[in-house]
Design a protein around this ligand. Structure first.
Ligand SMILES: Cc1cc2nc3c(=O)[nH]c(=O)nc-3n(C[C@H](O)[C@H](O)[C@H](O)COP(=O)(O)OP(=O)(O)OC[C@H]3O[C@@H](n4cnc5c(N)ncnc54)[C@H](O)[C@@H]3O)c2cc1C
Length: 713
């Protein structure tokens, strides 16, 4: 940096001042002990030179805050002790606001341009938020000091917040806190014996210090709620404690919980009870995969010592079985069952018409709280010409009664991969197309490579790094045109299945009109309590994200329901620490916590323990001797950071790691647990054994060996 550059000069001045503070140990003068020992001298000086003392105090205060040095809190207490409540409050209030604004300006002058230029694109949302809500946000940070004040000064300097606004909000926002500290200081000043420490005045002042942030937080919550509810008429009485939109996994669980705790709850469903999971998702897909698995076993008959197993089947009957499976599971989620559980189920399309009102079938329901659980729908990418064909999605796939000869599956994620394998095993000629460089891209590369090998072995064409661009209908047939490394690649298909992700259902039922905020990812914006920007409207499941699983929807549902019904007493932040999932391909791919790629990207130090399931007795007996378990542990410890399992029944095997991670049990505990022989679950013990072997105390073992040799004589 040019030494004549004003930024450089300012930086140098600050560095010299801060260095001087620490080199000359000036901090010793800003301790309670020092100030207390000099209290009498200060008092005398103050009585003789009031104005000068206040001025010197104010200048030192401004310098300490402007340079972000430690000591402001002690100085505030000392101010109260020396000058009394009134004078100290005025001086500290102005000095702290001026000092904070100087720190804000220094940070802005030195760093803002650089930060905005480097991270401007990522800061877009923060900048927009500061433009819109900056003053209120700063006000809340000033009132409820969850971050140290010096940090707030510096960070706010990097945002577009106006300086005058920063000063004014700081001055007002810090006033209550300053009062509490100065008041505590006045009490400290009166202590002249050990007994004084327990004086009621001092105890009250410190109790006030402790509860002030909580009270301020509550008051802020009320102010924020008033702001958001302004213009909406709150009903005098409510028909319900809770109204839930959508009877999928999230809606069913939240309404069930509400009924179990005796709340009056209405559950509204516009289509089918059970939502996606039952009707078009988990249940039908797993039923179809089961038949596909049977067929794969039949193909491998000789591996099991059978000469041949010729399987004849009609695809339509397979799909009828899938339908039958759904019908068999259906009663678990039926209107009758939920009515018996105490939920009022309303069949119809719901619309949120106000913070406390939901309209359905021409009726308006008044409710204290609402849970949005409207799920997600398949995303259709804007591919040229796609509307010319009756493409399939996970919504309408289950109506198919004729096996496609050539099936193109667009999407290499979980859903696309499961359907790809199922149809290939049923006899379709399947091409799977993925724009990323590998299928199942959320997993480690070795997992993607393994699955690709399995697929290619089963006759599936896997095209990765292929970007679908156009659907063409020509005399030669239907084609999906893709771009691959600058080349055009044409994929012929009879049916095209689109499985490129799922988009949250956030439109068409009143959210836009009411002003419920939607995130950049397209899901409803929620805080850790699963509240939307309306504090009585909650959200759970696929529509809230960030995960799109039945078990995460049900997990969130508990938090949404409990916070909606009992939030005025206690709220719970949703716990995403241990989230498992499984891709039900063959081999299954199951994961919880970090995989190797993520741990490396996040810079988390880790060790790997690995066990090849091909070596497990039961897997060999089952002719399922393939796959592996890879467990990541914290460096030098048996604490589990994550586990990936590839193999038969991986989804079931994973449960042991989910339990261990949730309850902080390490690999030693898994190793010390008896696992039934011969089961696939034994592989969990085996991998724990691998960890133990790698951490054997070699030095000690050498001594033990010598001891045994000595015993043998
Ligand atoms: C093919 C496939 C396979 C899957 N496999 C698995 C799996 O193996 N394991 C797993 O964990 N997850 C799986 N999933 C994901 C799982 O299905 C979803 O995560 C889960 O269903 C989400 O539940 P939800 O309650 O959030 O939403 P949904 O189940 O989508 O329920 C939302 C409900 O809201 C209703 N609704 C919407 N708007 C309104 C309105 N205005 N008024 C009234 N009702 C309304 C809808 O009709 C719907 O019934 C799979 C998904 C698919 C598509």
């Amino acid at each position: 940096m040019n030494p004549r550059n004003p930024k450089f000069i300012l930086l140098l001045v600050i560095a010299v001042m801060v260095a001087a503070f620490f080199i000359f140990d000036l901090g010793q003068y800003l301790t309670l002990d020092f100030l207390k020992s000099k209290q009498q001298e200060f008092d005398v000086y103050y009585q003789q030179n009031r104005l000068a003392t206040l001025l010197i105090y104010a200048v030192i205060y401004v310098l300490v805050t402007a340079l972000s040095l430690p000591g402001a809190a002690v100085m505030t207490l000392a101010g109260g002790a020396l000058f009394g409540l009134g004078a100290a409050l005025v001086v500290v209030s102005f000095a702290s606001s001026i000092g904070a604004t100087l720190a804000f300006l220094v940070s802005r002058f030195l760093l803002r341009d650089w930060v905005q230029a480097k991270f401007g694109d990522k800061l877009g949302a923060i900048n927009a938020g500061i433009e819109k809500e900056g003053a209120f946000y700063l006000f809340s940070l000033r009132l409820v000091p969850i971050f140290p004040f010096f940090m707030i000064n510096l960070v706010m300097g990097l945002t577009p917040l106006k300086t005058v606004l920063f000063y004014l909000v700081s001055q007002i926002g810090m006033l209550p806190g300053t009062f509490v500290f100065v008041n505590a200081g006045t009490q400290l000043g009166q202590i002249d014996s050990l007994g004084g420490i327990l004086s009621p005045g001092l105890l009250l002042s410190f109790a006030l210090l402790g509860v002030f942030p909580l009270i301020a937080k509550k008051i802020l919550g009320v102010i924020q709620a008033r702001k958001i509810f302004a213009g909406h008429q709150k009903p005098e009485k409510f028909d319900y404690n809770l109204v839930v939109l959508g009877a999928g996994s999230a809606g069913l669980v939240s309404s069930y919980i509400a009924a179990a705790v005796k709340a009056k709850v209405a559950l509204i469903e516009k289509h089918k009870m059970g939502g996606d999971c039952l009707n078009t998702g988990c249940v039908p897909s797993k039923a179809l995969l089961r038949t596909a698995k049977m067929l794969s076993y039949a193909k491998r008959a000789q591996e099991f010592g059978l000469q041949s197993t010729e399987v004849k089947f009609d695809f339509a009957e397979v799909m009828e079985r899938v339908k039958q499976v759904v019908a068999t599971v259906e009663p678990h989620y039926s209107v009758e069952r939920y009515t018996k559980l105490g939920v009022e189920v309303i069949e119809g399309e719901a619309r949120i018409t106000g913070p406390w009102t939901v309209e359905v079938n021409g009726q308006t329901l008044a409710t204290r709280s609402i849970i949005i659980a409207t799920g997600a729908a398949p995303m259709i990418p804007p591919i040229k010409g796609i509307d010319q064909v009756d493409y399939l999605t996970s919504d309408n796939l289950w109506e198919l009664r004729e096996l496609p000869g050539k099936l193109a599956v667009l999407g290499g994620g979980r859903i696309g991969s499961e359907i790809t394998q199922a149809f290939a095993r049923l006899g379709s000629q399947v091409t799977q197309i993925e724009m990323e460089e590998r299928i199942v891209p959320r997993e480690d590369t070795e997992v993607s490579e393994y699955l690709t090998q399995v697929y290619e072995h089963e006759g599936i064409q896997v095209l990765t790094g292929h970007m679908a661009q156009e659907v063409r209908i020509e005399s030669s047939g239907q084609w999906l045109v893709c771009e691959h490394r600058g080349q055009q690649v044409k994929v012929a298909f009879d049916q095209l299945l689109v499985a490129v992700g799922r988009k949250a259902n956030v439109t068409g039922f009143g959210l836009e009109e009411l002003g419920v905020q939607v995130s950049q990812r397209g899901t409803v914006e929620v805080d850790p309590l699963l509240r939307t920007n309306f504090p009585n409207i909650f959200c759970a499941g696929d529509v809230a994200g960030p995960y799109q699983f039945t078990h995460t929807a049900a997990h969130q549902a508990w938090y949404a329901a409990v916070n909606a019904l009992f939030g005025q007493f206690k709220s719970f932040k949703v716990d995403y620490r241990v989230i498992p999932w499984c891709t039900f391909t063959d081999a299954e791919i199951a994961r919880v916590g970090l995989n190797e790629t993520e741990a490396t990207e996040q810079g988390v130090p880790f060790e790997i323990s690995r066990f090849g399931i091909d070596d497990l007795d039961r897997a060999i007996a089952d002719s399922e001797a393939h796959g592996w378990i890879k467990v990541l542990t914290k460096e030098g410890s048996d604490k589990i950071l994550g586990a990936t399992i590839v193999g038969s029944h991986a989804g079931d095997l994973l449960a042991e790691y989910v339990l261990a991670m949730k309850h902080n049990l390490g690999l030693n505990k898994i190793l010390g647990t008896i696992h039934t022989y011969p089961t696939l679950a034994e592989s969990n013990k085996m991998v724990a054994g691998e960890w133990k072997r790698a951490h054997a105390p070699e030095g000690l073992l050498r001594w033990i060996e010598k001891y045994h040799a000595w015993r043998r004589g």
